[in-house]
Design a protein. Structure first.
Length: 193
């Protein structure tokens, strides 16, 4: 399975040591505040440690994190990742973020459409879930656009903030996700042809 995924404006590939400084720089309080376990401020050393853990997860096929890069400049815009959280079925949990300067330009919609079916295959997932703050409407729109369905609410301990917080949970079976991706690809091919 190819490790690099390209979209119209983006290139996605597993995070690498060279991404540490930019990762730390982009992890501002506004971004980290929507995530469960990312600190802000974040040092380059903390980012490097996370990248090392991610490389081990990829080898074990129990997690994967892709750097989201501007295809033209190669600049790091953010991350999108998934990790297996077990259960009877092979369930994965999805996480993603962009640096503040890159919000509201459709980048995560574009990245997630390519990356999420990739995670389903690479991590052999039966289903994927996402836990999103109730106020994070952009993130909810992204997963709904991929076919995720609302499942319920959950209190989750956000270790970087030392507190339990409310999240809304969404989930999608991998088969539904991959069928939707295939339909999008077919529509695109028909439009080109
Ligand atoms: C959430 C985040 C990933 C969104 O990425 P983005 O690239 O800015 O999002 P997009 O531009 O692709 O927009 C996503 C969708 O949300 C919609 N949207 C944006 N703001 C919205 C709002 N306030 N209310 C409702 N919908 C909104 C957009 O219209 C778009 O929907 P569409 O494709 O149907 O038009 C980005 O803001 C981010 O990184 N935030 C900080 C970290 C974070 O929240 N991560 C997710 C944790 S669950």
């Amino acid at each position: 399975m190819t490790m690099t995924v390209e979209t119209r404006r983006l290139a996605l590939r597993p995070v690498e040591a060279q991404d540490a400084a930019a990762t730390a720089r982009l992890m501002t309080p506004l971004v980290a505040g929507e995530l469960i376990s990312w600190p802000s401020p974040m040092t380059a050393a903390q980012a490097a440690e996370r990248i090392e853990r991610s490389a081990a997860g990829l080898v074990a096929a129990d997690s994967a994190d892709l750097a989201i890069l501007d295809r033209r400049s190669g600049a790091l815009l953010g991350w999108i990742g998934a990790a297996v959280i077990g259960g009877e079925r092979r369930l994965g949990t999805l996480g993603y973020w962009l640096g503040e300067d890159f919000h509201d330009q459709g980048y995560m919609t574009e990245a997630a459409r390519a990356a999420v079916p990739w995670f389903a295959q690479a991590l052999r997932l039966d289903a994927i879930e996402a836990c999103i703050h109730p106020h994070n409407f952009a993130s909810q729109a992204i997963v709904e656009g991929l076919g995720f369905q609302l499942k319920g609410r959950r209190r989750i301990f956000a270790d970087t903030r030392g507190a339990e917080e409310d999240f809304i949970t969404f989930a999608v079976p991998s088969a539904v996700l991959c069928a939707a991706a295939a339909r999008r690809a077919n529509r695109k091919a028909a439009a080109i042809g």
